[in-house]
Design a binder for this molecule. Structure first.
Ligand SMILES: CC(=O)SCCNC(=O)CCNC(=O)[C@H](O)C(C)(C)COP(=O)(O)OP(=O)(O)OC[C@H]1O[C@@H](n2cnc3c(N)ncnc32)[C@H](O)[C@@H]1OP(=O)(O)O
Length: 518
């Protein structure tokens, strides 16, 4: 059995009573069936006269059922009437069983099954139990995965086995309350070695298998509404995956990282203590994002045979999977990440100076966005240090293919293009900036206005358009603005389309003939 297999029907899919909510503000829990716990003094955890000489582990349901059937009437119906403890005790048992369960899940994550007093187990490539004296053992269970302590000798429906114990017990009853008396006598049983709590998993050890079969019998008897196959699957589980049935952080502490921390602890524990390799969860639709950030995917890579039937379908969520990394230090990921960043940073520093931050440049502008003072590219702090060389000056694709490589030619080319536009009959809407008094909402809609006059100022300053691309960007924006503000049927829209087409032709021609415009 894989005890930290955090499974069992959860939320609305439970076929039994709903699981209890945890009082801890941050809790990732297995879903726990809240069940009535009854001591069953007629159902030993494993058959009293069971003898099985077959090799290997008992894992199939058939095997288990046949063992049950041969189990000396351990689960026989005729004994039903006397098996329940009184109602008064049930709630107390119930609550404690849940606490036991939770503690087991979170701390030990292994099942507890009884050690058989007076039961000798021989294991010589076969499984055999010889029971010289059949104890009336009390099978108690609270979950398909982890069983709380099972006692030998019983209180409140359990049977006192030997005289010594009887005396201790009755003595205590007189001097202490029933609860204390019970606890004390059981504690003494433990101390004397007659009562033992052990954690067992389906690890292939014959003895453990026998105990698990007994445990399964108790669950099947005491939880009649649970499908037997389901109990067998969970008790005998060795599927090495865990189902996260519930995961929640108290409302005012959410999105502060607790959910991630909780998940990391869970992963580490599941891997290192329980040997799990995967988690599955039916994530609520609104929590899918969280699970994605924890490494869960909607694609299920785990082989179907390993999980199908081991978790119950749940309509209100999406099945997600997380592969638990075999090496990651989940509870100390931050240190690992910090070290990795440091290593990468050091490597980058070896290769480049990009970590050096230079002071910015004073770039004040006057009218039309023209800079007050021309700044030489080579004077920009850090540029040369970053590997720039003067022959890389200007990145305009036009500069490299024609004679626009010096500012004078560039200015001449731009000036001639402006004149071409200015002289065109469709240029009238673009000659001056739009007057807000004529078009009150224009500047609400057009956030980056431009016009031929402003462009002319920029060209003549010889400080603004240091590349032809910058000039082109202004022209394109001028036409785009006209088509943004005006609808297609307007004269402004049509003017912009016609003038832009004329401009494009002239640019192409000008570039091809190397500034021989008109
Ligand atoms: C199987 C199930 O139980 S499904 C149901 C899951 N539980 C719930 O929906 C109950 C309500 N929600 C919660 O209890 C919590 O918000 C949890 C458990 C979902 C997450 O715990 P938190 O402590 O809030 O998560 P944490 O702060 O570690 O967040 C980790 C990341 O996930 C994100 N995240 C957290 N909750 C959600 C969400 N519901 N949807 C999308 N992203 C989320 C965070 O923004 C954060 O992103 P970041 O790393 O980019 O900053």
């Amino acid at each position: 059995m894989d005890a930290s297999h955090l499974t069992a029907p959860g939320r609305s899919r439970s076929s039994q009573s709903p699981s209890p909510s945890h009082s801890a503000s941050a809790s990732a829990t297995s879903s726990i069936h809240k069940r009535k716990m009854a001591s069953d003094d007629h159902a030993p955890p494993f058959p009293s006269s069971f003898s099985d000489t077959r090799d290997g582990a008992l894992t199939s349901n058939d095997d288990l059922e046949s063992i049950s059937a041969r189990g000396g009437g351990a689960d026989s119906d005729s004994e039903d009437d006397s098996e329940e403890v009184g109602d008064d005790d049930e709630e107390d048992y119930d609550a404690s069983s849940i606490r036991n369960f939770t503690a087991s899940r979170l701390e030990t994550s292994v099942a507890m099954v009884p050690s058989g007093r007076n039961t000798k187990i021989k294991s010589d490539n076969s499984v055999k139990i010889e029971s010289s004296e059949i104890p009336k053992e009390v099978g108690t269970g609270c979950s398909g995965n982890v069983a709380p302590p099972t006692a030998t000798g019983s209180v409140s429906g359990a049977v006192v086995k030997d005289e010594g114990m009887k005396n201790i017990f009755t003595e205590n009853l007189q001097t202490s309350g029933a609860y204390t008396a019970r606890e004390e006598s059981l504690k003494r049983e433990e101390e004397s070695g007659r009562l033992k709590f052990v954690c067992v998993s389906n690890d292939g050890v014959d003895e453990h298998m026998i105990w698990l079969v007994g445990l399964k019998n108790i669950f099947a008897r005491q939880l009649p509404n649970m499908p037997k196959e389901y109990i067998v699957r969970l008790v005998m589980d060795s599927q090495k995956f865990g189902e996260i049935a519930f995961c929640a952080i108290t409302a005012d502490e959410q999105v502060k990282g607790y959910g991630t921390r909780l998940m990391n602890h869970l992963k580490q524990h599941a891997r290192d203590v329980d040997g799990l390799t995967h988690f599955l969860t039916y994530a609520d639709n609104n929590a899918v994002g969280y699970f994605v950030k924890q490494g869960f995917t909607k694609e299920i890579y785990l082989e179907k045979e390993r999980w199908q039937g081991y978790i119950k379908d749940y309509d209100g969520g999406i099945l997600m999977e997380c592969k638990i990394d075999p090496k990651l230090p989940y509870t100390d990921l931050s240190t690992m990440i910090r070290r990795q960043r440091q290593a990468i940073d050091e490597k980058i520093r070896e290769l480049s100076n990009c970590h050096i931050v230079y002071p910015g440049i004073d770039f004040q502008k006057k009218e039309a966005g023209i800079p007050k003072k021309a700044i030489k590219v080579e004077d920009i702090p850090g540029l040369r240090e970053a590997g720039w060389t003067p022959d890389q000056y200007g990145h305009s694709r036009f500069k490299t293919v024609n004679s626009l490589s010096d500012q004078k030619s560039l200015t001449a080319f731009m000036r001639s293009l402006l004149k071409i536009m200015h002289d065109h009959p469709d240029s009238w809407p673009f000659k001056e900036p739009v007057d807000a008094r004529d078009v009150p909402d224009y500047y609400d809609i057009i956030k980056d206005p431009i016009d031929l006059k402003t462009m002319s100022k920029r060209v003549e300053s010889e400080l603004y358009y240091v590349t032809f691309d910058m000039f082109l960007a202004d022209v394109r924006r001028m036409f785009a603005n006209a088509r943004t503000y005006n609808s297609p049927e307007t004269i402004y829209y049509k003017c912009s389309t016609r003038l832009e087409s004329h401009f494009s032709n002239k640019v192409q021609a000008g570039l091809q003939s190397s500034i021989k415009i008109q």
